[in-house]
Design a binder for this molecule. Structure first.
Ligand code: GSH
Length: 239
């Protein structure tokens, strides 16, 4: 009988705990593939010590230095311990190929698509980071600032209208891409990890931003983004 997989996630002070786009991705994949799993919640400020303690591999910062991160997935059925959301998706696809999310050797293209979406989000990062610190415990908020301020120098302030305008520009491009196919997914009628990628960033906004900020994003492109999130949550049985 299959043993439940273990997903290391990081918690917030919000009801339901979750907030991170990186850890949401494997949660969506596990749920979509109907794999049994349990979530172990790690305080953000404890991520390095907790991941080192279980023997997880460090990830890399942009400057190449080591950084312990979640998500990490432990699979007691195979003994695998995998760091990084994309590596986890790739592992799950190879090990549990039913209900594929990286079909027809699409993994390289989906990786490139994910980088492009991340690039659209980057100009608004300081605003989203500012809101993220507001839903973490004080110790974790401090740790989060320390961990991200080299890449996104302080001060962070969510009240910059220009940030939301820049984010909207990125989503306008993503919208054009979606318009190129018939069907509701990036790959037309075929659901894939590309849609999970888009949805998990949207989930991050919905969880950490103020209501009016999320309403603003939801209204772009005729309500496309609230719809994508709702569709992906439903497809992954996480609605
Ligand atoms: N590329 C990684 C990014 C993971 C990541 O940045 N995780 C954050 C939590 S959302 C983390 O563990 N950060 C540790 C730190 O800031 O020291 C992935 O997709 O798994």
């Amino acid at each position: 009988m299959m043993l439940p997989l273990v997903l290391y996630d990081t918690l917030s002070e919000l009801p339901g705990k979750n907030w991170s786009p990186s850890t949401a991705k494997p949660r969506f994949v596990l749920s979509y593939k109907d794999l049994p799993f349990v979530t172990l919640w790690v305080e953000y400020s404890d991520i390095p010590i907790a991941m080192k303690a279980i023997g997880a591999k460090p990830n890399k910062r942009r400057d190449g230095s080591d950084m312990y991160t979640v998500p990490v997935l432990s699979d007691p059925n195979t003994g695998a311990l995998i760091t990084d959301s994309l590596e986890i998706a790739s592992y799950l696809e190879k090990t549990y190929p039913e209900k594929p999310i990286l079909l027809d050797n699409s993994e390289p293209l989906i990786r490139a698509f994910g980088s492009a979406i991340a690039g659209f989000i980057r100009p608004a990062m300081k605003s989203i980071f500012a809101r993220t610190t507001e839903i973490l415990s004080p110790a974790s908020a401090k740790f989060f600032i320390g961990s991200h301020s080299a890449d996104a120098p302080l001060p962070w302030d969510a009240s910059y209208d220009e940030d939301w305008d820049l984010l909207e520009k990125g989503y306008n491009i993503a919208y054009e891409w979606y318009q190129k196919t018939e069907g509701k997914w990036v790959m037309g009628d075929t659901f894939s990890y590309a849609d999970i990628f888009v949805a998990c960033s949207l989930l991050w906004y919905k969880r950490v931003l103020k209501e009016d900020e999320w309403v603003r994003i939801s209204s772009w492109n005729g309500g496309k983004w609230a719809q994508v999130l709702a569709d992906v949550e439903k497809e992954c049985k996480l609605a």
